[in-house]
Design a binder for this molecule. Structure first.
Ligand code: IVH
Length: 609
């Protein structure tokens, strides 16, 4: 590399890219961990993560970089509990070569020792830690940020197969870890029911399992039919003691814990071949498992060897996940339609001839924007390759240009909004095309959906279909109208009976007292995600105080930069927003946090295990 200004420019570009990647990864962490609604595939996430790791190699990364921390942060509805030992994540790879490197690395770290490996399915669900004290199950917690998670004991107890007791002799404390999942069959049934009720569908079994665990009412959880597989132990005090992972699994199986349906062992003097063979065998077998398996976990079997190699800040050195390439299918791109988002952004969507990919039917895929479509040269009428990457949102990853006839036509963004028919705008230098009519019916619908959504005011029963019905009947137009609904109005709607009207009204009523950050987030201010909303709520304590804050003052808050600050000012300087605040107040919506932020339960913290 040349010296002088080129180098300077290079460093500057690199720093910019690092900051950009950090922000982007944080954003996806939030969607994944807090909202159980990822918008990119695991594969795309891994690519961003790796790029950041690479760039950070040349200088020490900042301690708050997402590569230096374990995960997202815990939610606040449930009691927060600390894990006895951090719940780490796993290093992962799509490359067999890197699996071999992992084996060599362990060999180097443990010179002269015979290694033994266990290979298991990587269950694609939600990580959970059960704590048994003196043989009795005392709690179950989600991973949360790896240090503290949600206490979901009630929900976990809806899974019949979970032993409430350990066999004697009881260890004083035992943490048993596993993965909660929804079987493919239960997932299909759940989505069919949701479709019938006009509710939003879950993208995949993992999201459905995560969403189910987050339900506050265990009755709802019980109806979902969650299942679990245990893959190991965390903190452990007392007897029995295990020498190997396989011994621990045998103990769990004998104690009636569901364990992985197949486990391979590789312990010859050259284990690489056995490990690769196990990975290949699992690649086929996994389709017959009732749960989704996105990879194989390869872990040191001898517990002493695990202790000897230890962990990095994020993941143990003694294990690696080998991930299988996402599956692809070819289908016809019938049409490209456009969708209007809550902030007016217009997104093109591929309407596909339904096709099975990774065990579920795909009929739509997002195309992001015009540039993306042009770059990939995707045309209506093309045969396209669809990938359910990371089994999340389907993406179009290729076009069969070889099969093109003269029928396929390049796509152009419409000039007018498909909902309100006003002219669309594009800000200079930005890819997004938007509809800037605040009265656009599609935007109003999306804004109301956002306000009521799980991540915001969490109004159960006020989903897409219900909002569409309310809008069509002229019962709501703007957010405060939600709080003027009553039984008489609701009963006028089709398919709404006494019971559902009552349920919806009580859900609306409950939302009056949500924490302030949910309200701030729910208002849909441009560029305000949950993290910024939390920061703002903490600093200002009330919506009115926030409304009066100056741009300079706002920028002093962590996570609030120039853009966010000016979005906030812009929002609150509109006369409409002033009216909105007044109306919400009149409707009895709490505009300030009365109890302060939720407390973390640390009764077990500080204890040495
Ligand atoms: S061992 C330090 N074994 O994958 C973590 N994890 O991506 C050691 N997972 O948090 C975990 N199946 O929730 C292990 N057979 C398996 C697994 C498994 C699924 C999850 C686990 C972990 C995540 C990491």
């Amino acid at each position: 590399m040349k010296k002088g200004s080129h180098q300077g420019q290079f460093d500057f570009d690199k720093k910019e890219r690092i900051a950009e990647l950090q922000r982007e990864i944080e954003h996806h962490n939030r969607l994944y961990f807090e909202e159980a609604a990822p918008t990119i595939s695991d594969r795309e996430y891994d690519a961003l993560y790796r790029e950041l790791q690479e760039l950070e190699k040349s200088s020490p990364p900042s301690p708050d970089s997402p590569t230096q921390r374990i995960g997202g942060r815990p939610l606040e509805q449930f009691r927060q509990v600390q894990h006895l030992l951090p719940m780490q994540s796993l290093a992962n790879t799509y490359s067999e070569k890197e699996v071999l490197e992992f084996i060599n690395r362990l060999q180097r770290l443990l010179p002269g020792e015979i290694l033994s490996f266990a290979i298991e399915p990587k269950v694609d669900g939600v990580a959970i830690a059960l704590l048994y004290e003196n043989g009795h199950l005392v709690r179950a917690a989600t991973r949360g940020d790896g240090i503290a998670g949600d206490d979901v004991t009630q929900n976990i107890l809806t899974i019949a197969k979970i032993p409430r007791r350990l066999p004697k002799p009881y260890p004083e404390a035992a943490e048993i870890r596993g993965e909660v999942f929804l079987s493919r069959a239960a997932f299909a049934l759940l989505n069919t029911k949701r479709e019938e009720k006009g509710e939003v569908l879950f993208a995949n079994p993992r999201n459905a399992a995560a969403g189910s665990l987050k339900q506050l009412d265990p009755q709802i959880v019980a109806a979902r039919g969650l299942e679990i597989i245990f893959y190991g132990c965390g903190a452990w005090v007392g007897k029995p003691r295990f020498r190997t992972h396989l011994e621990a699994l045998a103990y769990l199986t004998a104690a009636h814990f569901p364990t992985p349906p197949r486990v391979w062992v590789a312990e010859s003097s050259d284990p690489s071949k056995e490990i690769l063979a196990a990975i290949h065998e699992l690649a086929d077998l996994r389709h017959d498992f009732p749960f989704e398996t996105d990879g194989a976990v390869i872990k040191a079997n001898i517990l002493q060897q695990r202790d000897a190699v230890g962990s990095t800040a994020k993941a143990p050195r003694w294990a690696i996940a080998f991930k299988y390439e996402p599956e692809r299918a070819e289908t016809l791109l019938e049409k490209i339609t456009v969708q209007v988002g809550r902030t007016g952004v217009i997104t093109p969507v591929a309407e596909l001839q339904p096709v099975m990919v990774s065990g579920s039917t795909v009929s739509r895929a997002t195309l992001h924007n015009q540039e993306e479509i042009a770059r990939k040269d995707i045309r209506e009428g093309d045969r396209v390759l669809v990938e359910k990457a990371g089994e999340v949102i389907p993406a179009i990853v290729g076009v069969r240009k070889d099969l093109r006839t003269r029928k396929q036509k390049p796509f152009h963004m419409p000039e007018k909004c498909p909902s309100c028919h006003q002219k669309l705008h594009r800000s200079p230098g930005q890819v997004a095309v938007r509809c800037i009519n605040p009265q656009c019916p599609a935007q109003i619908q999306r804004r109301l959906e956002h306000f009521a959504s799980r991540g915001a005011m969490d109004i159960d029963g006020l989903g897409e279909a219900m909002i569409a019905q309310l809008l069509a009947a002229g019962l709501v137009q703007k957010i405060p109208d939600i709080y003027t609904l009553n039984k008489e109005k609701l009963l006028k709607l089709e398919r709404v009976g006494e019971k559902s009207a009552h349920n919806l009204l009580s859900a609306i009523d409950r939302s009056r007292n949500r924490p302030l950050w949910r309200l701030i987030f729910g208002l849909g201010i441009l560029n305000i995600g949950t993290t910024a909303a939390r920061g703002l709520a903490e600093k200002y304590g009330s919506l009115k105080a926030l409304a009066n804050a100056s741009t300079e003052e706002l920028q002093k808050i962590e996570d609030v930069g120039e853009i966010v600050a000016s979005s906030i000012r812009q929002f609150f300087s509109q006369a409409e927003s002033q009216r909105l605040i007044e109306e919400l107040e009149r409707c009895g919506v709490q505009l300030a946090d009365v109890n302060g932020p939720e407390k973390v339960d640390d009764s077990l913290a500080g204890t040495t295990w």
